[in-house]
Design a binder for this molecule. Sequence first.
Ligand SMILES: CC(C)(COP(=O)(O)OP(=O)(O)OC[C@H]1O[C@@H](n2cnc3c(N)ncnc32)[C@H](O)[C@@H]1OP(=O)(O)O)[C@@H](O)C(=O)NCCC(=O)NCCS
Length: 190
Amino acid sequence: MCELVSPSLKYRKTYLKALQEFHKEGLNMEIDYQSTLKNFNGLITYYQNFAKGINLPFGFVATTQYWLIDEKKYIGRIDIRPQLNVFLERIGGHISYQIRPSKRKMGYGKKQLGLALVKAKEMGLQELLITCKADNIGSQKIITYWEGEFIDAIERPDTAVREFRYRLDIEGALKNKPKVELGQIKKTKL
Ligand SMILES: CC(C)(COP(=O)(O)OP(=O)(O)OC[C@H]1O[C@@H](n2cnc3c(N)ncnc32)[C@H](O)[C@@H]1OP(=O)(O)O)[C@@H](O)C(=O)NCCC(=O)NCCS
């Protein structure tokens, strides 16, 4: 069964494998492999504190991270930020996510956002701002699948590629999708 769970020691083995996959493509480099290998509980505590707004790095807001787990294996993660700051209102928004490279284009990205909408609703959110780079076709398809409405394209300080911003009505998105779609996952690579 595919589900969103809080970060947990239970998924240490497949999380670490996924971390190596991410590092190969230059993602998640801020999470050091050796330190995480030695002290996985430290990582869990870090995310628990982040959700409570404890020891936040400068400019960051409280963020709840969930891990997407299928058949007891780590597939990806999604971050929910109930409150935005000036930066996140332009780039970042309420939600960001990733799927480990070996599990992409199998429908997990769509599924993960759908499950996160339920979590965000439980956290009291009604409308989400979600942003992604103009060249990130996979992410755009995920957002529009869940009926995110395009707001605008803004300039980023770090690259010439623009940032697309979307507004997503949680209730509407969940109402319009049959429940079965939340549970549906293709098992083969496209
Ligand atoms: C973006 C990302 C989350 C997509 O995850 P995924 O599990 O592959 O997404 P899905 O399998 O649900 O695919 C959704 C749709 O996007 C398409 N898609 C996925 N990756 C794609 C790519 N690189 N190029 C073009 N289309 C892509 C899929 O074919 C699917 O299309 P469909 O709706 O026509 O069937 C994943 O590539 C990732 O983690 N990227 C790195 C981090 C990132 O970019 N995060 C988002 C930041 S805003």
